[in-house]
Structure formats: structure tokens, C-alpha cells
Write a protein that binds this ligand. Structure first.
Ligand code: GLN
Length: 284
């Protein structure tokens, strides 16, 4: 039966149909709101209108969204929005979907900045959607935040987010710190760190591979940043990196081998060592 014949669904029936596609209830609810053009109304609207008819066109759009979700597309791409650190970010397949794990890095960055003089200089490497840079700028309006990405497409997403949120982050196109000649008080990054061939990648095929995968067991980009950062850090300046669930030891070893001091790691909400960092090596 073609979808167009499936007219006269109520809101409740549409939700049941989505749930029947073995999707999570929350996802189904958000996709129906999206299809109805009522994303801002919230899920309570669905409860209050459960006997309302869902016209043909939004019903078809809803079924299509449910199919894409069932096929593994991130919910954030389907609804176009992801909440991160209290900010509403627009996301699409040009950028990685910001993860809650990355809030650990932002919290650590903000604690680091709390101990510094006003107007600290902050750099976010591989900014993607702009999540980290924008969260820091939002929490610290006095900070001078720069964000770099090697993907012009990602920068367009990040810049649009900054504009929408009215946050004055400065964006630049570039590969890690190559060609940069400034000094920052804090450098943060959530670089690609998934190893090529990691079975985990099978579930991430809708996100940009360049934002996820690094050579050298996932460590080559982390290593490049550890190597390049020292001349760009102010005395006492700190480098903070997000990495994979099993990379904390390796990243601490890299930092130590390059002379960083106070090398430590932080756990994410799941209790996994998710970020590591250190203070700029002493000048030789
Ligand atoms: N945390 C992401 C994931 O494993 C990876 C992000 C990254 O490579 N920086 O799904």
C-alpha cells in the first residue's frame, strides 16, 4: 500500500507506527514534532493533541524520517539541532554530532580559565560544529576564543552557529597549528582519534570520517597537536585533549615525552578517562 493511502492517522497512531519501527520513543516523538513543524512546541504538545489528525504530507515525511533513523542516521541530523553545554547548535552531515562526553573537556577548560587573568586567549583545534569554542565563549564572555578547522564546510556550520548565538569566536581555516604564529593561554581539542578499522565505526557511517578517524591507532592527530602546541602556549599555558576510551595512558605518555608538566587525565560521566592534558614544557 502506498504511503499516500495511509491517511487519517491521529497523532497517537503516528507515534505507534514509529515505535513499531523499533525506534526509541523519544526519537519517534521528536521526529513527529519535526514532521509537523512543531519542534518548538515540545513533547507535551503530542500528549495534549493525541487525537488530532496528522495530514498526509507530514505523515509521509514522518515515516521517511523514521526510516532514516532506523537506518542509523543520527537524530541530531534529522532534526538539525543538538544541545551541547546548554547551547542549541545547528548540525548536519558536514560536522560530527557533539557528544555529551565532550562536556568533560569544556568543564576542565573552564576550570583552567578560572585560575587565569581576565581576557584569556583560548584556541579550539578541529572545532567542527564549533561546540567547544562556543560553549567556552558563552561561559566566559571575556575570553578571546579562536577556532580552527581543516574543513571549510565544518567552518561554515560553526560560523553560522556563532552568528546565531551572537558569540564573537574568531574562525580560521587550517591544519592544526600549521602556519599559526600566535600564543594562547589555553589550547583545547577534540581531534579525530578513532583507529582505522575500529568496529565502532560501523555505527558512525553517517558522520564525516575525517572528523573521526586518525592513522597510527587513532593517535597521529593527537600526537601532531602535542608536538605543535608548545611554541603556541604562553608560559604556564595548558593543552587539554579529548581522546578515546583506551588512549589516556598513551596520550599522557606523549605529553610527558614532549616535556609537558602536571600531566593528568579527567573522567567522563561514564567514569572513563576521556581527556588528558598538561602544562607547556619549560623553554630550553
Ligand atoms: N567520541 C566519538 C565517538 O567515539 C569520536 C569523536 C572523535 O573522534 N573525536 O563516537
Amino acid at each position: 500500500m502506498p504511503e499516500s493511502a495511509a491517511s487519517a492517522h491521529t497523532v497517537a497512531q503516528a507515534l505507534a507506527r514509529g515505535s513499531g519501527m523499533s525506534l526509541q520513543r523519544l526519537d519517534v516523538q521528536l521526529l513527529l514534532l519535526q514532521a509537523l513543524g512543531r519542534s518548538d512546541a515540545g513533547r507535551a504538545w503530542l500528549l495534549a493533541h493525541d487525537t488530532d489528525p496528522v495530514p498526509d504530507a507530514p505523515m509521509q515525511a514522518f515515516v521517511q524520517l523514521c526510516r532514516r533513523r532506523a537506518d542509523g542516521e543520527p537524530l541530531a541530523y534529522l532534526v538539525g539541532i543538538k544541545e551541547f553545554f546548554g547551547l542549541s547548535l545547528h548540525v548536519d552531515p558536514r560536522v560530527l554530532v557533539p557528544r555529551p562526553d565532550t562536556e568533560t573537556l569544556v568543564e576542565w577548560a573552564l576550570q583552567t580559565l578560572a585560575g587565569l587573568a581576565p581576557a584569556p586567549r583560548v584556541l579550539d583545534l578541529g572545532t567542527g560544529s564549533g561546540a567547544i569554542a562556543l560553549a567556552i565563549q558563552h561561559a566566559r564572555p571575556d575570553a578571546r576564543v579562536t577556532a580552527i578547522d581543516a574543513s571549510a564546510q565544518a567552518l561554515a556550520v560553526a560560523q553560522a552557529n556563532a552568528q546565531r548565538l551572537g558569540l564573537p569566536v574568531a574562525f580560521r581555516h587550517g591544519s592544526w597549528l600549521q602556519g599559526q604564529n600566535e600564543i594562547w593561554d589555553l589550547i583545547v581539542s577534540n581531534p579525530p582519534y578513532v583507529a582505522e578499522g575500529d568496529p565502532h565505526l560501523a555505527a558512525l557511517t553517517h558522520e564525516p570520517r575525517a572528523a573521526l578517524v586518525a592513522t597510527g591507532q587513532g593517535l597521529d592527530d593527537l600526537r601532531a597537536i602535542v608536538e605543535q602546541a608548545p611554541p603556541h602556549l604562553a608560559p604556564g599555558g595548558r593543552l587539554l585533549l579529548e581522546h578515546g576510551h583506551d588512549q589516556a595512558g598513551a596520550v599522557r605518555a606523549l605529553l610527558a615525552a614532549h616535556g609537558y608538566s602536571d600531566v593528568t587525565s579527567r573522567k567522563d560521566l561514564a567514569g572513563i578517562e576521556r581527556c588528558s592534558g598538561g602544562i607547556r614544557p619549560a623553554q630550553r
